[in-house]
Ligand binder design. Structure first.
Ligand code: FAQ
Length: 316
């Protein structure tokens, strides 16, 4: 009897929750939410946070090799912004009842993922341009949509993050534009970076909708407001013209404007490469994770000192 009453109550809660979502009301940390909604958010937000933090590595490697003081300052500021984004996102995730330590240990054990794009190497200065232009460009398309996500703290975090990402996109495009109008070697370097980063950038949006197991619940609960394919298409439509303006060629022979659809058609993505990278076998997966694990271990004394200081403050 009690069991039935409890099930009935839970179903009622579920119904009220979905009605709230359907009315576009935000869900806040202390509101009732289904356990699956909570765990879905912890997975997505934590993976997003890990991406921001691991994403500092490919660009961080070029801070000491930037070609001018101006470009060094800008890159330094950008990488620092990504750290900030990671911190907002970890904080948003902690409001769902999981600790920072648990989140980091999920990253280190491989239980939590981070974006596939950060497992590719950065081989030249032009890669800083390609990352800002394409990777931040793709991230903005995804994150502008996430500003309207149903979970309040995630949505508010996205608003601040998007403001900074649009600056990042422009700094990357500026690097590419400068190289593209430079010497032949510089233009070739920019084209080579575009060739290497184009396909991994469009993979960032995840598998096609038909192969995306998480999309059903994500759309129902308005965690995602647009599907993987819709966002990928929007990114491609925006970016093709930008490449044309600076005289670079997108490395896709099947890329063609489709008058009827009002969108660009594009070639087939190499999903085998995508899943290989997602499953830990990309060119830099091991290097990225090892670097994070080492930095985390080396930072233990800082966390210990911060805890001791906080405890002392509480006692006083
Ligand atoms: N990489 O069913 P779906 C940035 C996984 S931020 C790795 O479609 P979902 C800023 C997915 O987790 C970039 N794994 O999943 C920056 C799932 O596995 P799971 C990060 C991927 O969640 C710039 C499985 O495949 N942005 O770049 C990827 O509905 C420069 C099935 O996929 C975000 O995280 C992938 N690309 O859709 C920083 C945005 N795609 O978890 C530094 C928030 C899919 O079940 C420098 N996240 N998977 O084991 C999202 O919008 C979504 O989570 C998607 C995936 C779209 C990434």
């Amino acid at each position: 009897m009690i069991k039935f009453a409890l099930i009935k109550l839970l179903l009622m809660d579920d119904k009220i929750f979905q009605e709230k979502i359907d009315k576009d009301r935000k869900i806040e940390p202390k509101d009732w939410m289904p356990e699956k909604y909570r765990s879905h958010l912890i997975r997505q937000i934590s993976q997003h946070a890990h991406s921001e933090i691991i994403g500092m590595q490919p660009e961080g490697q070029w801070i000491s090799r930037a070609p001018s003081l101006r470009s060094k300052m800008i890159l330094l500021a950008k990488v620092q912004d990504e750290a900030g984004h990671g911190l907002y996102l970890y904080s948003a995730c902690e409001t769902l009842g999981i600790s920072r330590d648990q989140l980091i240990s999920q990253l280190h054990s491989g239980a939590a993922k981070y974006s596939s794009i950060f497992n590719y190497p950065t081989l030249s200065w032009a890669d800083m341009g390609a990352i800002g232009w394409l990777v931040d460009g793709a991230a903005i398309v995804n994150q502008v949509s996430l500003q309207r996500t149903s979970y309040g703290p995630y949505s508010r975090g996205m608003i601040k993050i998007c403001k900074e990402e649009s600056f990042h996109q422009r700094q990357g495009y500026e690097i590419m534009a400068e190289l593209a109008k430079g010497t032949k070697e510089q233009k070739d370097m920019a084209q080579d970076a575009l060739n290497r980063f184009w396909w991994p950038s469009i993979m960032m949006f995840g598998p096609h909708d038909a192969d995306s197991p998480r999309s059903g619940n994500a759309m129902k609960w308005k965690i995602k407001r647009q599907t993987n394919d819709e966002l990928r298409q929007s990114f491609i439509d925006k970016t093709v013209g930008q490449a044309e303006v600076i005289g670079l060629k997108i490395p896709d022979p099947d890329l063609k404007w489709n008058e009827k659809r009002g969108h660009y058609d594009f070639g087939e993505i190499d999903w085998e490469e995508f899943w290989n990278v997602v499953n830990g076998n990309g060119p830099c997966n091991k290097e990225r994770l090892d670097h994070h694990i080492n930095a985390h271990q080396e930072g233990e004394w800082v966390r210990e000192a911060a805890r001791a200081y906080a405890n002392k403050q509480i006692k006083n």
